[in-house]
Design a protein around this ligand. Structure first.
Ligand code: SAH
Length: 241
């Protein structure tokens, strides 16, 4: 029998935030190839005889991406049910589209199971809705860096609405500079580290102070940065969440 590949979104961190469908697919997997940001507790759901492969990768490691894709294809060609388990949602800055395209080009079926993205769940767990009738009718999800690891250009930063920025920590000083070309220095900012996990930390500041806050508190990746008036809602909502 031919193999099949499932790209499964594992959710933002808390192992309970995987979807029911994601979990049932993970349970039937014969091979699981998982990312760095996957909580090990999720992996306790796999079959005892399943092959578990760690495919943690850092930004910009193109060769590693190629190795991962080749591994997925190799196991699927051996007729296996392969689950490629990815943090958050596979199609939100997850390179899921590259993997899916390659798998399909090999004539192997590929199904994508969405996940709860850190871009939305991160702010929610910090008490910040990414939209709000009074505050913002629009939200942009932005990668702080682009292929090649350059900082995002200011043209991608809208002048209004909520900004949710991923992968923003390792170049936070340059990122702040780009944001300040478009947004005002006193805009509220939330920096949410390890969102949805017990180790979650949240820092509220202005855009002007963002770099100080990140460096003084030694904020590490993964973290989501939210810019915009919606951050103000936290004062009213946090006590209830
Ligand atoms: N596909 C993922 C995003 C992959 S890009 C998703 O949908 O969530 C990796 C970036 O996601 C990190 O640099 C960070 O900005 C963000 N991220 C992922 N998990 C996170 C977490 N638990 N807390 C904060 N940010 C997280």
């Amino acid at each position: 029998m031919g193999g099949i590949v499932y790209l499964v979104g594992a959710g933002p961190g808390d192992p309970e935030l995987i979807t029911v469908k994601g979990l049932s697919t993970l349970r039937k997997a014969e091979v699981v190839i998982y990312d760095r940001l996957i909580d090990k507790k999720i992996l306790s759901n796999v079959r005892g005889d399943a092959l578990l492969i760690y495919a943690g990768k850092n930004i910009g490691e193109a060769e590693k991406q190629e190795t991962i894709t080749s591994l997925i294809i190799k196991h699927a060609k051996e007729g296996k049910i392969v689950v490629r388990l990815k943090g958050g949602d596979p199609y939100v800055f997850g390179r899921g589209e590259e993997e899916c395209e390659r798998v399909i080009n090999e004539g192997i079926p590929c199904e994508v199971i969405p996940g709860v993205t850190s871009a939305i769940a991160g702010p929610t767990y910090a008490g910040i809705p990414i939209t709000g009738r009074q505050y913002s009718p629009a939200v942009s999800i932005i990668s702080a860096t682009r292929k090649g690891d350059e900082v995002i250009e200011p043209d991608y930063i809208p002048s209004k609405g909520t900004l949710v920025i991923l992968m923003g920590i390792h170049k936070f000083t340059q990122l702040r500079g780009v944001l300040l070309k478009v947004r005002s220095a006193n805009e509220p900012v939330a920096v949410i580290e390890n969102a949805t996990l017990e180790s979650q930390r949240v820092f509220i500041c202005s855009l002007n102070d963002m770099d100080k806050v990140i460096s003084q508190n030694n904020v590490k990746s993964p973290a989501v940065i939210v810019v915009g008036d919606v951050v103000k809602m936290r004062d009213k909502l946090w006590k209830l969440s």
